[in-house]
Design a protein around this ligand. Structure first.
Ligand code: PEP
Ligand code: MN
Length: 339
């Protein structure tokens, strides 16, 4: 933290700032310029924040230099993290394909989607048992029954499961069945849920809130990390903009930008961002080229009959194209597809 004194500040004003900082256990380093004096603070930022330095005589500005998040920041942890999901890595040297149905509907549909995912090279299965829907009249997911179906399909296919939890009260149950817990865009700032998944002992995929800045997203991740869980992957899933042709606008810059701010892996969801089948493969290619550690893609054996997000689900030729992109492109950016 840095305190910038006003040009008219007196030596007594500067001394008073130093004394207040030292009374909070910090140290102050004074740099006297021609126009103004700057006081650099070293110590506990949280303690400095309660000192009300901004209101002291002669003080112009108090500027924070370090990031407000710590455990998830690059600053504090320069090396990129690899998160292991039941033995499947998501990290800097590899590229991981996560795929599956938007929602678990029936055992048959879930198994068929999982086999499609596996055939395309996926090593993790996605599928929602608890669905956060905009409309209360829309299919809300099968709940615990859906978790059991996912577990059966994991048995049959060997694919570990990523599934969403929408309520803090459900975390112990979902953690019992899932290999990775997903926090969705609508819950990115549900702090009770973040703390609950932080204590659940399972890796977490934290989707970006649809209007969240990178800093807000990383502060949300910090809630999880603060509970002792650093197995977090961040998922860019598109943000709300003025454009209506796509469901959301994929913020591709989030991949390199968040990699520079945080050591955590960054995943891209080309399905929920584009919202249209035709966009999924091009957006997936863009994500790989931008350096995504993984992508998470909706697939469905019969998209027309899907109870949730059919228009964005891949099948047939598009899935073949996706599989090809996942093999061909990662080596161009120094990665290999996890198989
Ligand atoms: C999902 O992945 O099923 C989902 C609901 O995504 P989002 O939270 O990004 O809308
Ligand atoms: Mn969906």
């Amino acid at each position: 933290m840095v305190v910038v004194m006003r040009p008219e500040a007196t030596a007594e004003d500067v001394d008073a700032v130093v004394a207040r900082v030292e009374s909070a256990g910090g140290s102050a380093f004074i740099s006297r310029g021609v126009q103004r004096t700057i006081v650099g603070l070293v110590g506990d930022i949280a303690a400095f924040q309660s000192l009300n330095l901004r209101t002291m005589p002669g003080v112009g500005e108090v500027v924070r230099v370090s990031k407000p998040y710590k455990l998830v920041s690059r600053e504090h942890h320069p090396e990129a993290t690899t998160v292991q999901v039941a033995g499947v890595p998501i990290g800097p040297d590899t590229f991981t394909l996560i795929a599956g149905p938007c929602a678990v509907e029936t055992p048959e549909q879930t198994l068929a989607a999982a086999l499609m995912a596996k055939g395309a090279g996926a090593t993790l299965l996605r599928g929602g048992a608890y669905k956060p829907r905009t409309s209360p009249y829309a299919f809300q997911g099968l709940g615990e029954k859906g978790l059991r179906i996912l577990a059966e399909v994991r048995e049959e296919t060997g694919l570990p499961v990523v599934t969403e939890v929408v309520d803090a009260a459900d975390v112990p149950l979902v953690a019992e069945w899932a290999d990775m817990l997903q926090v969705g865009t609508r819950n990115m700032q549900n702090f009770a849920l973040l703390q609950a998944v932080g204590s659940a002992g399972k890796p977490v995929m934290l989707k970006r809130g649809m209007t969240a800045t990178y800093e807000e997203w990383l502060m949300a991740a910090e809630y999880i990390a603060q509970r002792g869980n650093l197995d977090i992957v961040l998922c860019e899933r598109g943000v709300r903009t003025f454009e209506t042709a796509t469901r959301n606008t994929l913020d591709i810059a989030a991949v390199p930008m968040v990699h520079s701010l945080s050591h955590l892996p960054v995943v891209v969801d080309p399905s929920h961002s584009g919202g249209k089948r035709d966009l999924v493969v091009p957006l997936s290619r863009a994500a790989i080229a931008a350096g995504a550690d993984a992508i998470i893609v909706d697939v469905h054996p019969d998209p027309q009959a899907a109870l949730c997000d059919g228009p964005q689900a891949l099948f047939g030729e598009d899935l073949t194209e996706l599989a090809k992109a996942c093999v061909d492109l990662p080596p161009l950016v120094g990665r290999r597809l996890v198989s």
